[in-house]
Write a new protein. Structure first.
Length: 387
């Protein structure tokens, strides 16, 4: 059987142009970007060029881009950096019930060290009400963190509105924009902190960035660790130049193809959704139908365990949850947050369409899903009565 990849929310393949851009920096241009000689200057020029590429994609200034090992580190640096730097201002945080574990687990750990946090619920479509977020802010709230787009159900949040309200109240605003960067047109002008990672939009794994506002108001963070003065001491350590170059190249490619890719993957996603809804009884879409990432289809198929369906599909790469929580066998906290029962949460499967998928692949996946669902449902039906 042909292998078909439809799990682009978990990770994406590196674009060949990204791999090509990185290649010289593994061997020929291998200098340490902190070295004061030709090799180091060459490496630093590449780093600065990548900063410009990242800044252009998300709409910030070059000096506001801090490179990290990925979004998990970026989220931690944002939340912990604020918690330690602004401890005298307050120790209360606001977020939502559908955030990534990189945010939720960090908040839980901060709570163990004396902080408090409030999680705002989302509605049945997976969208948070800005008014509810604003109502959760307190005089001692130091930071509000709301993800731009959800990694499981793909719902897009009203980030500019929430960010503007936080700024009016002097609350630092952070957004985990991992799923949005490279897929949606973003303007980070109203944000104070923004996390991203390269491997979600056809860049390499192991590199990400945190946008840290340097304007007015300026955000100050405490570093997570110390040693060396790289990146103004905020994220010390030898810069992984090849990975940073790859991140920059992925940003530049995304800029040039954003509308084209979004139209393509949305068309394939809609075709998949239409076919499966027509051919599978009781199938439903989790999350808002329109306010979602173009490639996302999170589907509930009652009476079919998602894990069993994935085993039947075999050569099709999809997901029964996020890649970060798929191994714990617990119902998705995101699906529970939008009102699904444990049974329906376990019956939900996520398809993430990518720019290189084809209509023929989508049709083949639909054929396999329909066949597998009918097979699994036939096994689960009670035996016919002998009377």
């Amino acid at each position: 059987m042909q292998r078909i990849y439809l799990d682009h929310h978990a990770t994406t393949p590196a674009d060949p142009a990204v791999v090509e851009a990185m290649a010289p920096y593994w061997t020929r241009a291998f200098g340490n970007a902190s070295s004061a000689h030709l090799y180091g200057w060459e490496a630093m020029e590449a780093v600065e060029r990548a900063q410009e590429q990242v800044a252009t994609l998300i709409g910030c200034r070059t000096k506001e881009v801090i490179f990290t090992s990925g979004a998990t580190e970026a989220d931690n640096l944002a939340l912990r950096g604020v918690a330690e730097r602004y401890v005298e201002r307050g120790r209360h945080f606001v977020s939502t019930t559908i955030e990534h574990p990189a945010v939720l687990d960090t908040l839980q750990d901060l709570q163990r060290h004396g902080a408090e946090y409030t999680l705002v619920e989302v509605d049945a479509s997976g969208v948070v009400d800005p008014g509810a977020v604003i109502a959760a802010l307190r005089p001692d709230t130091v930071l509000c963190s709301v993800m731009w787009a959800n990694n499981e159900i793909g719902t897009i949040q009203p980030i500019p509105e929430i960010a503007a309200a936080c700024r009016e109240r002097g609350v630092i605003f952070h957004s985990d924009a991992v799923q949005a960067v490279g897929h949606l047109e973003l303007d980070a002008t109203s944000l104070d902190l923004l996390s991203l990672t390269a491997h979600k939009f056809y860049g390499p794994k192991g590199v990400g960035a945190l946008m840290v506002r340097r304007g007015n108001p300026r955000v100050h963070l405490e570093p997570l660790f110390h040693g060396g003065g790289q990146q103004k001491g905020l994220r010390p350590g030898t810069l992984p130049v090849p990975l940073i170059v790859g991140l920059g190249a992925a940003c530049e490619l995304a800029m040039g193809r954003l509308a084209e890719n979004a139209k393509h993957v949305a068309s394939l996603r809609d075709h998949l959704l239409t076919r499966l809804q027509d051919e599978i009884d009781d199938l439903s879409l989790n999350g808002d139908r329109d306010r979602r990432l173009p490639g996302n289809a999170n589907l509930c198929i009652p009476g079919v365990e998602a894990e069993a369906l994935l085993l039947e599909l075999r050569e099709v790469a999809a997901s029964a949850g996020s890649a970060c929580s798929a191994s714990d066998h617990l119902p998705s906290h995101v699906l529970r947050a939008i009102g699904l029962s444990n049974e329906d949460a376990h019956a939900s499967i996520r398809f993430g369409v990518g720019k290189d998928n084809t209509r023929a692949e989508i049709d083949e996946v639909c054929d396999r899903v329909v066949e597998s669902v009918r097979k699994l449902r036939s096994f689960s039906r009670p035996p016919a009565s002998s009377n």
